[in-house]
Write a protein that binds this ligand. Structure first.
Ligand code: AMP
Length: 394
């Protein structure tokens, strides 16, 4: 990575402000149901504390409070979990800027301070210059370790970096190393598995990967628009009618670039979308039926391509994996990836990350990205503003 990290800058006796992604799910009692994002920030937090800074000020957003204080989106549960994980006190402020926060930072005995949810101020998502300056005025050095929001130019991810020496944390560095290496310099064969609900979300991704991958396997809801472009009957399966031409163009481009694109070949179809529907495996989808998963032939065809791959990126489930009856295809792919010990297996966050966790193979995957949207934009070849804003390595 050509950006400086916490290791490239002197942190001793400095006030360090770090943007993390503590956007964790809470249940109705405000208990954290999954703390993976908090745990992912711990290596950087521990490293900073080992350098004996004057203070470490942490900041994050949670949910979408739309610029207002929303009581059940306060970061209090995050502060409590951080205390447990760090084994030391964490003082949580009631706000993220202003005189009260300034005096908390000056007076409280805790080394670690957590600011309140940044998105209680709409200036955060507006990337307001004055708000960014106020955040910057709290510290001497800025660290960004929030890969999940690096694709957003917000005050705490981009604006603040204009006002302070700005470096990356280890999580950001690791994400860029895995995702960047995979697309820029992949060990070949390089195979991409794409799924998920919509083609429209993935057009740029397919376009960018056509020039890089050796094979692209397409399942999930997006496959039917591609199949339609080949004149296939798809019944009531998910279709984006206005994207059929683009899907056809992408298949042509892939052919011209010698990229092997494999689409769903057989289908688990249902007569209605619920878990008591009649269902069967078919090679062709009849009128009135809807496909919700890939069938066994497709699973085998995908596995065959994957078996020789050295780099694999997976973005999007190949079926409606949230419902057990339609999860077989996604489960088979997840379990197969876990057996491929010679390949670099990378999960592009979001639903595919949820799938590998659901099927309990997350330990056997090389890298699971913590950012769904950010990893998608990174793999599309876009520059992420939160990364661009950091200091270049000399
Ligand atoms: P995305 O957010 O684009 O990755 O889409 C994920 C969603 O796609 C999941 O909620 C899946 O249930 C859904 N999905 C996957 N396969 C299908 C399918 N064959 N038909 C409808 N939805 C699907």
């Amino acid at each position: 990575m050509n950006k400086q990290t916490v290791k490239d800058i002197d942190l001793k006796d400095k006030k360090v402000i770090m943007r993390a992604d503590f956007n964790v799910p809470l249940d109705d009692n405000l208990a954290i149901t999954d703390d993976i994002r908090i745990k992912a920030a711990i290596p950087t937090i521990k490293y900073i504390l080992e350098q004996n800074p004057k203070k470490l000020i942490l900041m994050s957003h949670m949910g979408r409070p739309n610029g207002q204080v929303v009581e059940n989106m306060r970061l209090t549960p995050v502060a409590q979990r951080l205390e447990k994980l760090l084994g030391e006190g964490v003082f949580k402020c009631d706000d993220c800027t202003g005189a009260g926060v300034q005096s908390d930072i000056a007076e409280k005995s805790e080394r670690v301070i957590l600011l309140e949810n940044l998105r209680f101020h709409k200036e955060e998502t507006d990337n307001d210059a004055g708000f960014a300056q106020e955040l910057a005025s709290l510290a001497d050095v800025y660290v960004n370790d929030a890969f999940g929001t690096a694709h957003r130019a917000h005050a705490s991810t981009e604006g603040i970096a204009k006002n302070l020496p700005a470096v990356a944390g280890f999580l950001l560095e690791k994400e860029i190393a895995y995702l960047g290496e995979a697309v820029k310099n992949p060990q070949r064969p390089f195979v991409v598995i794409l799924g998920g609900a919509k083609v429209s979300d993935k057009i740029l991704l397919v376009e960018n990967l056509i020039s890089k991958a050796d094979a692209i396997l397409i399942g999930g809801g997006m496959a039917y628009t591609f199949l339609k472009s080949q004149g296939k009957e798809i019944g009531n399966s998910k279709l984006e009618a206005d994207k059929v031409d683009i899907a056809g163009d992408l298949l042509e481009k892939a052919k011209a670039a010698n990229v092997n694109i494999e689409l769903t070949q057989d289908f688990l179809v249902v007569d209605k979308f619920d878990n008591i529907a009649s269902r069967k495996i078919v090679d062709e989808i009849d009128e009135g039926w809807e496909s919700l998963d890939i069938g066994p032939k497709t699973i085998e065809a995908f596995k065959k391509v994957l078996s020789t791959a050295k780099t694999i990126i997976w973005n999007g489930p190949v079926g409606v994996f949230e419902i057990d009856e339609y999860a077989e295809g996604t489960k088979a792919i997840a379990e197969y990836l876990a057996t491929l010990k010679d390949a670099n297996t990378i999960i592009g966050g979001g639903d595919s990350a949820a799938a590998v966790a659901k099927f309990k193979v997350d330990q056997d995957i090389t890298h699971i990205s913590t950012g769904g949207g950010a990893s998608l934009e990174f793999l599309e070849g876009k520059a992420l503003p939160g990364i661009e804003a950091l200091k270049d390595k000399n």
